[in-house]
Structures are given as C-alpha cells and as structure tokens.
Design a protein around this ligand. Structure first.
Ligand SMILES: C[S@@+](CC[C@H](N)C(=O)[O-])C[C@H]1O[C@@H](n2cnc3c(N)ncnc32)[C@H](O)[C@@H]1O
Length: 255
C-alpha cells in the first residue's frame, strides 16, 4: 500500500471515529495519559513528534513508559492536522474503545459519594470540565440529559480524558432512584455542605436556563452556593467544583 493511500485511510478512520458512539477520540497527551492510566482500551495512536511524546511520558507519566510510545506511529504534522479539527500542541491523537455504561448502572455505586446529574448542558468544554472535577472529587459518576453526547471528543478533551476514571453516561431523563435528589440552584436555601445527604444526586442546570421546573419540583431539596450580592450565578463547571469540594472538605456532621 502506498503512503498516500495509508494516509487517506488514517484520515477516514479518525474522522469517522468522531461520530462513532463506540469509540473515543483522544486528543492531546493529557487526554491520552488519563485515559490509559484509568484503563482505556487503546486501538491506535499517532504522533507528529514521537520524541516529544517520549519526553512527556518520562516527565509526566513514567507509569506509562513503554506501552504508549511503543504503540504510537509517527505521522507528518500535515497529516495529524487532517485527523482532528484542532491539532493538539502535544502532537498526539489516539482512538480508544468507549466505556459504554447504562445510566442505571451508574446509580448503583454503594459508596456515600454523590452522583452529578447535568440537565441539558450546552457546551462541550463545560461538560468536560464537570467530568474532570467529578473525577478529581471521586464522585460516583456523571449523568447528562439532553442532546449533547457526553463522550464527544471535545468533551473528552475538556475532561483531559478523565471519562475513563468514573462512569459517564447519557440518560433519557433524570433517573428514578432511592438516592436523594438535590437541586443545586441559585434560588435555593444556603448550602451547608456537611448536611448534604450521602449518595445524593446533585443536579445542575443548563448554562443558559438553569434547572427545569420539573426537576425543581421533583427535588428533595433546593440549595444555593452563597454568593456576593449582585452576582447572578457561577459558571456551570465552577458550581459543580464548588459543591463537590465543599462537601469533600467538610467533615460530616456527627462524624
Ligand atoms: C450558569 S448557571 C445557570 C444560570 C441560569 N440563568 C439560572 O438562573 O439558573 C448553571 C448552573 O450552575 C449552577 N449554579 C451556578 N451558580 C450557582 C449558585 N450560586 N448556587 C447554586 N447553583 C449554582 C446551577 O445548577 C445552575 O443551573
């Protein structure tokens, strides 16, 4: 096979992988690093400068030494630029199998950790940042409703690949479960992190419209992050970070 034919095949594979619900396109070193660290099943990887990749692995991810560099093929920078809409500065992209987890399975985690439910998020970067902070706070998982695919490559990039560190799934509607449903909403009562019930589903609204009336009515409590007067709301991912880490850093009452 000529190089040109092989390159065209590579470009077709990466472009169709972006639309394939079974696959995860991993753009950039940090996305790939986290995906592998949390057990992603890598199908292929390419780098425009494998020497730079080797340096990054040695400096930032010695735990991945060997496996990643060996599996990565060199491609010309012009070819890499054709594989994804915006070539990452670290010059590496890859395709892995997605973790396909049914939303019901996300609910069954028996730990006291909260689950994050994002109601109809609009921007991939925000969604990714929510997954990233949920992974860092060791949340039970992230569920989303609405049309956005939570495993879209842009969301994966925003999450730095941390979709592989906890369950992330789309749900048709806010799930029914025995977990307390807590609406995090600027119109609620002041949040007292130590009083958040264990295993809560913490729900956050869309960037533009906030939580729906239906969800606010269903919720067991409606809680606000207290803010300085005159400020209307926090950015979605910032609100998720504030609540998860306020809870994580506050000793439970009576503990
Ligand atoms: C950008 S805000 C939405 C703003 C929307 N215009 C509203 O009135 O709710 C996105 C989500 O972040 C959460 N949020 C932001 N600031 C908050 C605050 N101070 N207290 C509680 N939730 C907040 C809420 O879940 C909200 O639905």
């Amino acid at each position: 096979m000529s190089d040109a034919v092989a390159e065209q095949g590579l470009i077709r594979r990466y472009r169709s992988a972006r639309r394939d619900q079974r696959l995860a396109v991993l753009e950039g070193f940090h996305t790939l690093k986290h995906a592998l660290r949390f057990g992603a099943d890598l199908l292929e990887a390419v780098a425009s400068e494998p020497e730079q990749l080797e340096r990054l692995v040695a400096e930032l991810a010695p735990d991945l030494a060997g496996s990643l560099v060996e599996q990565t093929e060199r491609v010309a920078p012009e070819v890499l630029a054709e594989l994804v809409p915006q070539a990452p500065r670290t010059g590496v992209v890859a395709i892995a199998q997605r973790r396909r987890i049914p939303p019901e399975a996300v609910l069954v985690d028996t730990r006291s950790a909260p689950l994050v439910l994002l109601e109809e998020p609009r921007t991939m970067g925000n969604l990714g940042a929510c997954v990233r902070v949920a992974a860092a706070a060791d949340a039970a998982g992230v569920l989303t409703t609405g049309p956005i695919d939570p495993w879209h490559p842009d969301a994966l990039r925003g999450a730095a690949g941390l979709h592989f560190a906890l369950p992330v799934a789309a749900a048709a509607a806010p799930p029914e479960s025995d977990r307390p449903l807590i609406a995090i909403d600027p119109g609620g009562e002041d949040l007292r992190p130590a009083e958040l019930p264990p295993r809560a589903i913490l729900t956050f609204g869309s960037e533009r419209y906030g939580l729906s009336d239906a969800l606010l009515e269903r919720a067991d409590a409606r809680l606000a992050i207290p803010m300085r007067s005159g400020v209307s709301s926090l950015n979605l991912a910032t609100a998720v970070a504030a609540v998860l880490f306020a809870q994580r850093l506050s000793p439970r009452e009576g503990a």
